[in-house]
Design a protein around this ligand. Sequence first.
Ligand code: ZN
Length: 251
Amino acid sequence: MAARTDQTTDPRLQEDLLQARRGTAFFARKLNELTDADLDGPSLLPGWTRRHITAHIGYNARAIARLVEWAATGIETPMYSSPEARNQEINFGATLSPIALRNLFDHSAVHLSVEWRDLPEEAWHHEVRTAQGRTVPASETVWMRTREVWIHAIDLNNGATFTDIPTPVLERLLADITGTWHTRGTDTGLRINATGTDLTFGDTNTADPTTITGPLPAVVQWATGRGTTGVTATGPGAAPNRIVPAAPKWI
Ligand code: ZN
């Protein structure tokens, strides 16, 4: 008989799985608030309707489930066969009927949750490769999904904001994004200060940095390239009118 609870007993992983499933439930709630006609409306992402967002989230669950299956079986199954195939799939998915789109989201989310639930304790350490070519343990798939469902729920453009995202997820997002900048060397001279936290992000070596300051949700919104509401900039990059510079590219 199949287990009804997660195989893993790692408390950290169980907490991460909870955040992923909460994020999925949040996305589902925002999607369910939209009428079928609303799906044709614009998302917050340039060129994408809400249909594209929904299709992407559905196919993303399938792609991540392939990584979990890879970890379970040892048989290499990449997320997508190519970046072009990924984009074609999204464009195709966006043409589905509303009921088919909603089913795609629902079924793929349940399937991924079951793959996670049934992954044996030791297989969570098995290495898989992401669409960006990073080699990661299977446990990383939980975070990969978490950031997608929370951020794209906002991109559905029907009322969700970064203040809806739980603080631990926001903190991890900011660490993740600024870590990516650091790896690429695109954070030179840029410091990020989330008020109310004791966390420092960005370039800590520069004496006179451009500093982006704001509450954690606003700073993360800026860092993901989704606007400058609620953040201020000081330092050389902000002159002369305290204009907030665009964040470096993340994805
Ligand atoms: Zn995405």
